[in-house]
Design a protein around this ligand. Sequence first.
Ligand code: 48F
Length: 262
Amino acid sequence: MSLNEKIITDAIITEFYHKFRDCLDVDVAIVGAGPSGMTAAYHLAKAGRKVAMFERKLSMGGGMWGGGMTWNTIVVQEGSKHVLEDLGVPMKRYQDEYFTCDAVAATTTLASQACLAGTRVFNCVSVEDVAIREVDGEKRVTGLVINSSPVEMAGLHVDPLVIGCKYVIEATGHDTEVLKTLCRKNDIKLNTPSGSIQGEQSMWADVAETDTVENTCEVFPGMYVTGMAANASHGSYRMGPIFGGMLLSGVKAAKEINEKLG
Ligand code: 48F
């Protein structure tokens, strides 16, 4: 068989077109393919939900690849190790209730399992805004405004496209980028203690880890916050390279959204 570049191009255009078109309306649209976003994606897709995940960078994984300061081992606690272990990531007890695992194995496994469970991933796509509507007398997030990351990086004035969803998961990490945009552009009150984004505090792993799960919530109708975005929006602490809270946050968001979707 001699290879024909036009058939290769046609295959890509056709397949991507169908994937993208099928994602014009999804159950859950996830912004950010870090550990909390990937975990939520895996559990929602496994439950049969239609999930699209948008990641600015070329690769999924967010802040999980590099362990601590590029020493690519991560730590998880006893109570959360099942999330990775159930996917086949080997865990090693370090001491008491601490476990270690290879950061690359954890990241690639989570990414792979999220995809294989049915999540449609759009990498190299940046979410620049949300779509908002009044539903039953209250404002609600009803979609994502997306653009190509290279367009964003080049600062080109190119208009975005929009996809619709029943729920957004804001999993953009420390910057809570999409939630910030939502607050900047709309006169709204969030489901946080102050009603607005409270900002992240310094390192306090013990409190931060519990808070990450506690703060995972529907922060605005139609929008959940997970992972570091949950803590940053609620004014809690950072935790560094311990990932149990991130994983459990993704599991919690998936469970709650799944229940709400009925
Ligand atoms: O930061 P990130 O890994 O989020 P996370 O799930 O996990 C935090 C930990 O990695 C670590 C930590 C603790 O253990 O503190 O930092 O909360 O991943 C966030 C992902 O979102 C992407 C970004 O490239 C990263 O991969 N992202 C951020 N803003 C956008 C975005 C955006 N506007 N559009 C698309 N992707």
